[in-house]
Design a protein. Structure first.
Lengths: 344, 301
């Protein structure tokens, strides 16, 4: 790992990123006072939610290099964990959230253990197939509400229920907590042994294995962590929407959101998921609102064009653009070098 | 393809008649899947690019055929020539404008760029043509049904399936027996070596993308004679095409045909003998199981 040489410099970068995260959190604590409008608050909650989703995907896709299009399955399991606790057992969602997240981790390990044998496009297509299988099974599974899904009963606004009907403050606080949890976990993994192993597997699985890294173990750990956090995001999504049904959570489109936001922001970078969500979500929400007169689908047309533009122009995402213009350049370059240094 | 299976009238209900009906439905659907998948397979095999907009190309072809039929009165029996040509140019243009610019930068860039293209095409059609289902009526083959071994076979599906086989045969001949086909094979095997032999691989890639689009354009043209058109129509076909290609081994047209027939049969048998909702679960589960045993597909190398 050659830790001795880079130790001083590394703690420096690491400290800076932790400080950055604290600064973002402090900023997030101040923002709600500045915006009175509920729609802006809604957009802000979505940004934090999608940033957390993208970051949970980033652990596996960005740091470990395994491009999964199956994350909506874990997202859906988490959403159903919360939904079932609320609707079937008429209680608070918390235990259901935990059960859903653990179930998502277990399912992710069971699915990916064989799938990790596949490489490249084959792995990607196998994960599509998994989404289709789960999506259709959820549709016919009566215990969890089948195609109708689960509609939340009317309950009091409270932290116990994690439901608020009148204002967004509770959800906003919850979203900030989710964001802090997911980004904090990823940041702390990034600097640990597991983080280096993951990047080593991404840069060259054979090389990493020849140096004694158990790549299957590393990939499965990354997958289980990633699925756990995706499920937490799913639970938040269900609570926020007051309902959950299969096409809403387990779909290829939802899976692609995980991938696209991360890639738009910058895959394998710490800030990429937040930047991607901060650009994509407002774009989508505001164009949908303000361009509604142009007819259905205009927001998605712009979204599609943006993705094409990004892939053609700078596949490394917004972080790549920033590096190109010299802003944040040092940091993202050194992150890249660290990743490269991890393998030899 | 739920519509085609469910809409057939009950025919006495003997076990043999049911069986032959399910068998024929499966084979017909399979042949059509093969044509849809052939274009994808060609592109994947030669360029190692997954064209995510493949299903949307099918949708565009179906809209083109629908409008040719309803505005100009051209029957799908003839308009497939036009939709095939149209899709050749659309597909080649999307290679030149989008895919070419992101090949070689990262493995996922072309896939995601074509995903962006698919969102664009789908929502552009949604915006222009509304999400409503549109079924072309008054076509020559409309409502004609043949009866074979107690099974009823709708003529539009049968003609589409048979024609798919003919197009696949032509494509196979083209790849295996013509100079351009040889150049395509050479490019697929080793791009640099092909360039050293004087093959303009950039032109070959454009052609391959064009032919991929042409296959789906022809398929879409014919399918409009019995399937309703709507912006989401391509989604399921593209997923099935991915599975067909991965199952058949990429780049192999006979592999794609066999895999497509297998998938058509699994779909119709699981749908009839187990439950209609299970049919795609069975298809995708079969794929996952096969791919775990043979990671390069049934017929891949």
């Amino acid at each position: 790992m050659a830790e001795a040489g880079g130790a001083v410099k590394k703690t420096d970068t690491e400290g800076r990123i932790w400080l950055g995260l604290l600064a973002v959190l402090a900023l997030l604590a101040v923002i709600p006072g500045a915006i009175g409008n509920a729609f802006h608050a809604h957009v802000l909650v979505l940004i934090l939610l999608y940033a957390s989703m993208a970051q949970s995907w980033n652990i596996l896709g960005g740091y470990c290099g395994q491009i999964s299009f199956g994350h909506s399955v874990f997202f859906g399991i988490g959403a159903y964990g919360a939904g079932m606790a609320m609707v079937r057992y008429g209680s608070a969602p918390w235990l259901g959230v935990l059960a859903g997240a653990l179930a998502a981790s277990a399912v992710s390990v069971l699915i990916s253990w064989p799938c990790f044998k596949l490489r490249g496009h084959y792995f990607a297509i196998a994960t599509f197939a998994v989404v289709e299988i789960f999506g259709r099974l959820f549709l016919v599974w009566d215990w969890i509400g089948g195609a109708l899904g689960l509609d939340y009963p009317i309950m009091d606004d409270s932290w116990t229920h994690f439901l608020w009907s009148s204002d967004k403050t509770g959800y906003y606080t919850g979203a900030v907590a989710l964001f802090a949890l997911v980004f904090g976990v990823v940041r702390s993994i990034e600097g640990r042994r597991l983080g280096y192993y993951m990047r080593a597997v991404r840069e060259g699985q054979e090389t990493a294995e020849s140096l004694g890294v158990n790549s299957t173990h590393v990939k499965l750990t990354a997958m289980a962590l990633s699925a756990f956090m995706a499920a937490l995001c799913g639970a938040f999504f269900a609570q926020y929407n007051y309902r959950v049904d299969p096409p809403m959570v387990v779909s290829l489109d939802m899976s692609m959101k995980f991938v696209l936001i991360t890639i738009l922001g910058g895959m394998g970078t710490f800030w990429g998921p937040l930047l991607g969500a901060a650009v994509l979500i407002p774009l989508q929400e505001y164009t949908r609102t303000y361009l509604a007169s142009l007819g259905a689908g205009v927001d998605q047309v712009i979204y599609g064009l943006l993705i094409i533009f990004m892939m053609v122009r700078q596949p490394r995402g917004i972080m790549g653009f920033l590096a190109e213009f010299g802003i944040l350049g040092g940091r993202s370059d050194s992150a890249g070098k660290e990743a490269g240094d991890a393998s030899p | 393809m739920a519509e085609s299976v469910c809409s057939r009238p009950s025919n006495g209900g003997t076990i043999l008649a049911d069986f032959s009906q399910v068998l024929i439905d499966g084979l017909m659907n399979g042949a059509i899947y093969a044509l849809v998948a052939a274009g994808l397979s060609l592109i994947w095999g030669v360029m190692d690019v997954i064209n995510f907009a493949h299903g949307e190309f099918l949708m565009v072809a179906m809209y083109a055929c629908y409008w040719l039929g309803s505005l100009l009165g051209i029957d799908p029996l003839f308009s497939w020539v036009l939709t095939g040509a149209f899709l050749f140019f659309l597909s080649a243009a999307s290679y030149l404008l989008v895919v070419r610019r992101c090949i070689g930068r990262s493995a996922m860039a072309p896939l995601l760029a074509t995903f962006g293209l698919s969102i664009f095409l789908k929502n552009f059609c949604l915006n222009r043509f509304t999400p409503n289902f549109r079924l072309l009526s008054g076509t020559i083959m409309e409502g004609r049904v043949l009866h074979v071994m107690g099974a009823s076979v709708p003529l539009p599906q049968l003609v589409t399936a048979l024609f798919s086989l003919v197009v696949l045969g032509c494509l196979y001949y083209f790849i295996k027996r013509t100079r351009i086909g040889w150049a395509i094979q050479a490019t697929a095997m080793d791009r640099e070596a092909a360039e050293l032999m004087g093959i303009d691989t950039g032109r070959i890639f454009t052609l391959v993308f064009g032919f991929g689009g042409m296959c789906v354009g022809i398929a879409g043209g014919f399918m409009t004679s019995y399937l309703a058109v709507f912006p989401e129509v391509g989604a399921l076909f593209s997923l099935i095409a991915f599975v067909v290609v991965a199952l058949g081994g990429f780049g192999s047209i006979p592999g794609a045909l066999l895999a497509a027939l297998l998938i058509g049969l699994v779909e119709s048998f699981a749908g009839f003998y187990i439950a209609p909702v299970i049919k795609y679960v069975a298809v995708f589960a079969l794929y996952v199981v096969v791919i775990l045993i043979r990671p390069k597909g049934l017929f891949g190398w």
